[in-house]
Design a protein around this ligand. Structure first.
Ligand SMILES: NC(=O)c1ccc[n+]([C@@H]2O[C@H](COP(=O)([O-])OP(=O)(O)OC[C@H]3O[C@@H](n4cnc5c(N)ncnc54)[C@H](O)[C@@H]3O)[C@@H](O)[C@H]2O)c1
Length: 399
């Protein structure tokens, strides 16, 4: 498709839940730096040659807002990430006014309300106000907040009537924060993506609400490092007929995510989502011990060691050891920007419900059991092309 065929896209809103965290701040600094032409769009899937001409919104057309529970100024957060080596301090200087302007779009999560429905209503009103103030056609909400423990089961997770009653009953606390935020995105009619393993929109009653509202959504838990590598390598073993017996992994990380995941309850959902693709690719009987250690000294640099043991021809042993080391948020931030663009395209192309072809972005993809990265990427490229064609066709029909 020739990029001149694509109708101009009005501004799109990106609403980050956890907007003052390491990942969101890196995405905000990066978006401003790339949009201003200060750095190349390295690491953005949507800027690769196969996808560059698709009908994604322009990077300069994305306006960012969001919620957080803290009030640390974004520029201060960006400076402390720069001190840790995430990106050059000089880059923060060059985008600081733009980042400060984004800060004015951030809102604090309300506290002290009598019912959870009141909180959802306030969160919804903040998103709607953002859309109206900026004259945005579409808003994409992305959850990049701290990973939570999974909530204890409540019948309202499966049944909308029970959910409605519980949400409106004073003092009843049924939904965890990520699910309240997801409910607000649905109520605001915004597209939604879960970049964390938290419960979020992954409760049947909330998914039904999302389907009824006709929003496009995708999840869950960004696939950025060790799991990405695993879903590239595991299909190789399978394709060569090598039998993988064990795949052990150790992750060392610091930063906010490292501190959060040092809680044994919070880390549980992460461990499940990290291993799901592996079991699907090499079989459920693989021995796959996996742990995540908080090492504050490492700051935002994450190191993952994997040890793979397989059996080959005549029972011979094959061993593979990998070391992956990277600034975690710098891996994830471009994917968050990609997801904003992809879900904006989905909305514009009239896609409703789960967008399974975004599986390449997630450890535990919703609506898809495809985990092999090459196949996921091919599906995403095909989907983006078809969606772009639909946008062009609709625009031609309207003119
Ligand atoms: N490579 C990656 O960085 C990567 C990959 C996959 C998933 N993730 C997930 O992304 C999330 C963010 O990672 P991070 O490194 O930015 O963590 P972080 O601790 O730096 O940031 C999390 C932010 O969420 C905010 N927050 C907490 N509760 C909130 C609530 N109820 N509403 C709104 N905001 C809230 C915190 O105040 C903080 O600013 C984590 O859940 C992490 O597991 C990250």
């Amino acid at each position: 498709m020739n990029s001149s065929d694509i109708p101009a896209s009005p501004e799109v809103g990106a609403w980050f839940i956890g907007a003052r965290g390491s990942l969101a701040t890196t995405a905000i600094v990066g978006l401003h730096a790339v949009a201003a032409g200060l750095v190349e769009p390295i690491g953005l899937t949507t800027e690769t040659p196969a996808l560059r001409d698709s009908a994604f919104p322009g990077l300069a057309d994305i306006v960012v807002g969001g919620h957080d529970i803290t009030t640390t100024p974004l520029v201060d957060r960006a400076r402390s990430l720069a001190e840790g080596g995430m990106f050059p301090a000089s880059l923060v200087d060059r985008v600081s006014e733009r980042v400060a302007a984004t800060d004015r779009n951030l809102r604090q999560v309300p506290t002290g309300l009598t019912t959870q429905q009141e909180e959802i209503d306030q969160l919804t009103a903040d998103i709607v106000d953002f859309r109206e103030r900026h004259g945005l056609r579409d808003v994409v909400v992305i959850d990049v907040s701290s990973t939570e423990p999974l909530p204890p089961y409540h019948p309202g997770f499966d049944d909308d009537t029970a959910l409605t009653v519980a949400l409106s009953t004073p003092g009843v606390r049924i939904l965890p924060p990520s699910s309240r935020a997801a409910a607000a995105a649905v109520a605001a009619g915004a597209a939604y993506a879960a970049f964390t393993p938290s419960a979020s929109l992954n409760l049947p009653a909330l998914r039904e609400r999302a389907d009824r509202a006709g929003i496009a959504y995708a999840g869950q838990d960004g696939k950025t490092g060790e799991t990405l590598l695993r879903t590239v390598l595991a299909p190789m073993f399978t394709a060569r007929g090598l039998s993988v017996r064990s795949w052990a992994g150790t992750n060392l990380l610091g930063g906010g995510d490292g501190a959060t995941l040092s809680d044994p309850e919070a880390v549980r959902s992460k461990l499940v989502s990290k291993n799901r693709g592996l079991y699907s690719l090499v079989g459920d009987d693989v021995v796959a011990p996996l742990h995540i250690d908080n090492v504050p000294d490492l700051g935002d640099v994450k190191t993952a060691w994997d040890h793979v043991s397989a059996v080959g021809f005549l029972g011979s042993r094959v061993t593979l050891q990998t070391t992956w080391s990277a600034y975690d948020s710098a891996l994830a931030a471009p994917l968050v920007i990609d997801l904003v663009r992809a879900l904006a395209l989905a909305t514009r192309a009239g896609h409703r419900g789960v967008v399974a072809d975004l599986a390449c972005f997630f450890k535990d993809p919703w609506g898809s059991d495809v985990h092999a990265f090459a196949e996921q990427t091919a599906r995403f490229v095909g989907w983006a092309r078809r969606s772009s064609d639909a946008v062009v066709a609709a625009s031609v029909a309207a003119s």
